[in-house]
Design a protein around this ligand. Structure first.
Ligand code: IVH
Length: 707
C-alpha cells in the first residue's frame, strides 16, 4: 500500500478515537503504525525533499503519538520521531570506541597530485590484477563533522563523533534530532536491514540555515558562529538535546563501516544502497572510468562550489571497486585507495590594522577593514568589508585583533570574526562615527535599517562616487575616466556637477598630473562620444536610487524623452511591468529636486542625448523577453515574489501553471506536483543553483546598488 493510502487510513482511525481516551490495547497497535508513517513522512520531507502531506497533517499525527507515549510510557521507543525535539539533558557524553577506526584522508593539492595518486593505485593493483584502469567514484567533500551511526536490526542505537578516529563520543540523543538521520531503516521499503550496520557520513549545516541561525542568535544577544562548520560542531556537542534540536543540522551518508553483511561490491553501489535504505546521499557523486573524467570533476567543482547550499572544502576520490580498495589497503591512518583533492583555502587570518568608513554614491556609510595584506586563494587581500555597525558590534571585532578573513568566489572579501584566543589585551574598540568623514554632516540611521547614511546633497565623497559611476562601463562608458581621475576632477574643482564633464577643455586637463596632449584628447573624445548614448544608459548613469541598468531598460520603452519620464506619476510608473512602488517613488522624488532639473537642462544644452534611440523603442531588450517561467517550491536565497520581479525585469513572463508554453520551471525546495508535470511536458526544470547561475549571467552587468 502507498504511504499516502496508509496515512489516510491511519488518519481515519485516529478521528474516531481521541488520544486522551484510548485504552492501552488500541494505543499499543496505533503507536507503531504512527511511528512508521511519521518516519516515512520525515524521510519524504528531509531526505527526498518531496513532502506528500501538509505540515499541519504531520503535526496532528505527531501530537497524537506524543499523547500516547506520555499516557503509556511503556510504549515509547528509541525510534520515535517524538525524540527529534530532543530528550532530557545529559551530564556528559560517554566515550565510544569505534569498531574500526575512522581513517582520515591523504591530501592532493594539485591536479598533478591527483594524477600521481592514481598512478600509484594503478601500479600497486597491477601486482595482483595486471594492467587495469580502475574506475573512481568522485564525491564532494562536505565541510562538517564525521559521524558514525550504528544500526542494530535496523534501529539507530549509537551516533558517535569521530574523536581521534579510534575513540569518539556517543552523542546519540543529539543525532536523533537530526531530521535526515533515519531512526529506523529501511524507511518505506520492505528489504530487511543487516543485523548490524555502521553508516558513516557528515553532519553539517546548510548555508541558508546557518545564516538564519546566526540571525536568531544575534537577535537574542547570543554569540554568533563564524562559519557553518563551527556551528554544526557546537550544536552537536550541546548537552541539552533540545538545544541541539533547535539547530538546523543535516546529514549526508558517504560510506559504510564494519557491518554484519558485505554491502555491495563498489563504492557507487554502496551510495545507491544507502539511498534505498533511507539515507540522504549527495546528488553530485559520479563514477569515472578514466582519470580525465576525474580531473574534470575536480576542476568543475572548484568553480561550482558556490552553487551549493552547503560548504565543501574539496572532493573525495575513491577507487570504486571494494576488492581493489582492500587490495590497496591503508598506510598509518589513511587509506591508499582514497584521496582528498583540496580546494585552495579561501579563509585566512591576519591582523586588523584599522577600521575606516567608506561613503557610497547613495550616501551609505560602510565600515571597512584595513588589513595586514594576506594572500587568500591566490589574491592579496588588504581590505575587507565589515558590512555595518551591528556586524562589528555583534561579533566584537576590535582594532588590532587577529581576524578571520574570507573570500568567497567573486564576492568582496569579508571579515568573519575575531580570533579571540589571540588577543593580547591591547585591542581597541571601534565606534561608528556620528558624522560623515567627508563632509561632517551628521549621519542618519533609518528605523529598521542597519546602515547609516550621509544625507547631504553636497557631500564631496558621494559626488566622487557618483562621478565614477556616471562614467563607468555600464553607464555612460567614458573611456579613460576611472575612479582615480574622477576623484582628481572632483577634488580640483574642475567637475562640480555632472554636467561639468561636458565643459572640460584640453587646457584644463593638461594642468593635471600625468596628462599630456594625447591623453587629454583621448579623454575628450570619449566624453564627446558619450553624448550619443541611449536614454537607458543616461538614466542608469544619473544614479537614481533603485534605478539599476535593468530598471532603466525597463523604463525607457515607455518614455520618448527624459522630460516625458520626469512628468510621470507614481501611478504611471507602477503600471509598468517590473516597476514597483519603491522604484516609482524614487524616480518621482529624484525629478522633484531642483538641482536635478537643472542638471537635465544643462546636459541637454551641452548636447547630451536625452531622448530614446530607435532601438530602445521596443520592449526591454531583456534577455528573457518572450520566455515564460513558472515558480514552485521554496527558494533559499529569495522569496518567490523577488524571483518574479527579477524575471519580469528581465523581460520574461511568470505564469501560475506549467503548460506546453512554459519555457522554464524554477523549482525550490518542496516543489510538489508541478515538477512531475514539467517533466511530462519536457519543460526544463531549474533547481535553485541553476536558476541562480542563469540570474547571475543575466545581471552580471547590473549595478550592485540596484536593489
Ligand atoms: S571518506 C577512509 N567521503 O573528510 C575514507 N569523507 O579526512 C574517509 N568527508 O572528516 C572518509 N565528505 O568526515 C569521505 N564524501 C566524503 C566526505 C568525507 C567529507 C570528511 C570526513 C573526514 C574527512 C576525511
Amino acid at each position: 500500500m502507498s504511504l499516502l493510502q496508509t496515512t489516510r487510513d491511519l488518519q481515519k482511525a485516529l478521528q474516531v478515537s481521541p488520544a486522551e481516551s484510548l485504552d492501552s490495547d488500541v494505543a499499543a497497535t496505533l503507536a507503531p503504525r504512527l511511528r512508521e508513517v511519521l518516519n516515512a513522512h520525515g524521510h519524504q520531507y528531509y531526505v527526498l525533499d518531496d513532502p506528500i502531506i501538509a505540515d499541519a497533517e504531520y503535526d496532528v499525527l505527531i501530537s497524537y503519538l506524543r499523547v500516547i507515549e506520555t499516557r503509556f510510557p511503556g510504549l515509547a521507543t528509541t525510534d520515535s520521531p517524538t525524540l527529534r525535539v530532543g530528550a532530557a539533558p545529559i551530564e556528559r557524553f560517554e566515550k565510544f570506541r569505534h569498531a574500526e577506526p575512522l581513517l582520515s584522508l591523504g591530501n592532493a593539492f594539485t591536479l598533478d597530485d591527483v594524477r600521481q595518486w592514481y598512478d600509484r593505485c594503478q601500479r600497486s593493483l597491477s601486482e595482483t590484477y595486471g594492467d587495469v584502469q580502475p574506475a573512481v567514484t568522485a564525491e564532494l567533500k562536505i565541510d562538517g563533522l564525521a559521524l558514525a551511526l550504528t544500526y542494530v536490526d535496523g534501529l539507530l542505537t549509537v551516533g558517535a563523533t569521530r574523536g581521534d578516529g579510534v575513540v569518539g563520543e556517543a552523542i546519540t540523543e543529539n543525532v536523533r534530532t537530526i531530521p535526515s538521520v533515519p531512526l529506523r531503516i529501511p524507511v518505506s521499503t520492505d528489504e530487511s536491514p543487516p543485523a548490524r550496520l555502521e553508516v558513516r557520513g557528515e553532519a553539517y549545516i546548510r548555508k541558508s540555515d546557518f545564516e538564519q541561525l546566526n540571525e536568531r542568535l544575534a537577535s537574542a544577544n547570543q554569540k554568533v558562529f563564524s562559519n557553518p562548520r563551527n556551528s554544526a560542531a557546537g550544536s552537536l556537542r550541546q548537552l541539552d538535546p533540545a538545544a541541539a534540536a533547535s539547530r538546523p543540522l543535516s546529514f549526508l551518508a558517504y560510506s559504510v563501516g564494519p557491518s554484519s553483511e558485505r554491502i555491495a561490491e563498489t563504492q557507487h553501489e554502496r551510495l545507491k544502497w544507502l539511498r534505498t535504505m533511507g539515507f540522504a546521499v549527495s546528488a553530485h557523486a559520479e563514477v569515472f572510468d578514466d582519470l580525465e573524467g576525474v580531473l574534470g570533476y575536480c576542476t568543475a567543482w572548484t568553480e561550482r562550489r558556490e552553487e551549493l547550499n552547503h560548504e565543501i572544502d574539496g572532493v573525495v576520490l575513491k577507487i570504486d571497486r571494494i576488492d581493489y580498495q582492500e587490495s590497496l589497503g591503508s598506510v598509518s591512518n589513511a587509506p591508499r585507495w582514497a584521496v582528498a583533492f583540496k580546494f585552495p583555502a579561501r579563509e585566512s587570518t591576519t591582523t586588523l590594522l584599522d577600521i575606516i568608513v567608506n561613503v557610497g554614491r547613495t550616501g551609505m556609510i560602510k565600515p571597512e577593514a584595513v588589513l595586514e595584506p594576506v594572500e587568500i586563494g591566490g589574491v592579496t587581500v588588504s581590505q575587507a568589508t565589515l558590512h555595518n555597525e551591528d556586524y562589528v558590534v555583534s561579533r566584537d571585532i576590535r582594532i588590532g585583533d587577529t581576524v578571520l578573513v574570507k573570500r568567497a568566489g567573486d564576492v568582496i572579501p569579508q571579515v568573519v570574526g575575531p580570533v579571540t584566543g589571540a588577543r593580547a589585551g591591547l585591542e581597541t574598540l571601534w565606534k561608528m562615527p556620528r558624522s560623515c568623514p567627508a563632509c561632517s554632516t551628521e549621519l542618519v540611521r533609518l528605523p529598521d535599517e542597519a546602515d547609516y547614511y550621509c544625507v547631504s546633497s553636497e557631500c564631496p565623497a558621494q559626488f566622487i562616487r557618483l562621478l565614477e559611476h556616471f562614467a563607468s562601463r555600464g553607464a555612460m562608458d567614458i573611456e579613460g575616466m576611472g575612479s582615480k581621475l574622477a576623484a582628481t576632477l572632483a577634488q580640483t574643482g574642475l567637475v562640480q556637477h555632472l554636467s561639468d564633464i561636458y565643459r572640460l577643455e584640453a587646457a584644463q586637463l593638461l594642468m593635471l598630473d600625468g596628462f599630456a596632449r594625447k591623453k587629454a584628447e583621448r579623454l575628450l573624445a570619449g566624453i564627446h562620444a558619450s553624448k550619443r548614448n541611449g536614454l537607458a544608459r543616461l538614466l542608469f548613469a544619473l544614479g537614481i536610487r533603485h534605478v539599476g541598468k535593468t530598471t532603466a531598460e525597463t523604463l525607457v520603452p515607455h518614455f520618448a524623452t527624459i522630460d516625458d519620464l520626469s512628468r510621470a506619476t507614481i501611478e504611471d510608473l507602477c503600471a509598468i511591468d517590473g516597476i514597483g512602488d519603491v522604484i516609482a517613488e524614487s524616480v518621482v522624488d529624484w525629478f522633484r529636486v531642483d538641482t536635478n532639473q537643472t542638471l537635465i537642462g544643462d546636459l541637454k544644452e551641452l548636447g547630451v542625448n536625452t531622448a530614446r534611440l530607435d532601438e530602445e523603442k521596443t520592449a526591454s531588450a531583456g534577455r528573457w523577453s518572450g520566455l515564460t517561467f513558472v515558480l514552485t517550491g521554496t527558494l533559499d536565497t529569495m522569496t518567490r515574489e523577488e524571483a518574479k520581479t527579477l524575471i519580469v525585469r528581465g523581460g520574461g513572463k511568470v505564469s501560475g501553471s506549467v503548460s506546453r508554453n512554459t519555457n522554464y520551471l524554477v523549482a525550490g525546495r518542496e516543489p510538489g506536483s508541478k515538477v512531475d508535470r514539467a517533466i511530462k511536458l519536457d519543460v526544463p526544470v531549474l533547481k535553485e543553483p541553476e536558476w541562480l547561475r542563469m540570474l547571475n549571467e543575466h545581471v552580471a552587468a547590473a549595478d550592485p546598488e540596484d536593489h
